[in-house]
Design a protein around this ligand. Structure first.
Ligand code: UDP
Ligand code: MG
Length: 331
């Protein structure tokens, strides 16, 4: 039997919506029912609620959110003035939820993620975990292209040193303190699923099978997927800049081997006049140039990381709270 360390939380479920008129009512119904059952089972507090973020939809999504807010007291809505993209919409929802919540779950509107995993996430929260990552154990319902490209991307990120939970997107629970620490990352280009692992705190993976979209089409066409991948790489790591330096060094070393080859050919008389000097300088100078670019890149990378003004650490526990430094450490 699980021993619960934490009392039932006031839970906020944040749902970003972009042109989701076809799925909204089903989503509202399913999440309301789930929330209701969890309240009845004393898993979450009665004043828990759903928070829908309309990401500048052009269809009737916002009208439906407004109607839900008017008739149901467990629903709140936020409308962004234009389409800012999934990550920004989610962030807006998290910022709005933070002061009102003990725990926040973020989930897509199309019900592809198993809403019943939310119960297990809340159980994990009550057992003392600050972060419960929803992990797609089976994604056979995604197209071959989407599955392969997404999994390839997770692997690429791992090679570049970005700590990211494999097959986890943005379906997760965050405790209030994890959320407050996450919101300490004030960068403009927030790649949330890469930032959460940086926050730390006890975390657990909750597996679930990903289903198909309830209705409507994916709001993540190839161009948005690529934009997210580029955002993920460029906002989480300066490895590509380092690769330039590594490539430069490699070419410089290669030019030494090439120098030997060129010299042998020169001394065996197998060359046109001037070929050796041109070849050697091309090899060597391109290596030097690339290495220099890489060194400049290293400094630019540092400037880039500094401009983000990310928190340098997150304090998990603080003993002796009347220490004068206590206020400074707690969010
Ligand atoms: N979404 C959003 N803004 C966008 C694109 C998508 O808020 O610009 C929302 C969308 O309404 C959904 C979630 O992000 O709730 C994930 O989108 P979708 O399910 O279409 O992505 P997929 O599952 O196909 O990757
Ligand atoms: Mg989806």
């Amino acid at each position: 039997m699980t021993v619960f360390l934490m009392p039932a939380p006031r839970l906020v479920i944040v749902v970003p919506c972009y042109n989701e008129e076809e799925v909204f009512s089903q989503c509202l119904q399913a999440l309301s029912k789930l929330l209701d059952t969890m309240v009845q089972n004393h898993l979450v507090l009665q004043d828990s609620f759903l928070l829908f973020v309309d990401d500048g939809s052009q269809d009737s999504t916002w009208e439906q959110i407004k109607a839900a807010c008017a008739y149901k007291n467990h629903v709140q809505g936020i409308k962004l003035s234009r389409n800012e993209g999934h990550q920004s919409a989610l962030l807006a929802g998290l910022i709005a939820a933070a002061p009102q919540a003990d725990a926040v779950v973020s989930i897509d509107a199309d019900l592809q993620d198993d809403i019943h995993a939310i119960r297990r996430m809340v159980d994990a929260y009550r057992a003392g975990y600050d972060v419960a990552y929803g992990v797609r154990e089976c994604r056979q319902t995604d197209s071959w292209f989407k599955r392969t490209s997404a999994e390839g991307f997770y692997r690429l990120m791992a090679i570049m040193g970005v700590k990211q939970v494999f097959n986890h997107a943005d379906f997760r629970l965050l405790s209030r303190r994890a959320l407050d620490n996450l919101l300490g990352y004030t960068e403009r280009n927030a790649y949330i699923r890469g930032l959460v692992p940086l926050v730390g705190f006890p975390s657990i993976e909750i597996g679930y099978a990903r289903g198909i979209r309830t209705a409507g089409e994916s709001k993540y066409p190839l161009c948005k997927m690529l934009a997210l991948a580029v955002k993920g790489i460029t906002s989480m790591t300066i490895t590509p800049l380092r690769l330039i330096a590594a490539l430069g060094l490699f070419i410089c070393l290669l030019s030494l081997v090439a120098a030997l080859y060129v010299l042998v050919r020169t001394f065996t008389g197998n060359t046109v006049e001037g070929w050796s000097s041109i070849m050697l300088s091309i090899y060597f100078m391109s290596g030097v140039q690339m290495l220099s670019l890489g060194i400049i890149g290293e400094y630019i990378g540092k400037i880039y990381l500094e401009t983000k003004r990310r928190p340098r650490f997150h304090v998990e526990s603080l003993l002796g709270r009347d220490h004068p430094a206590a206020d400074q450490f707690l969010p």
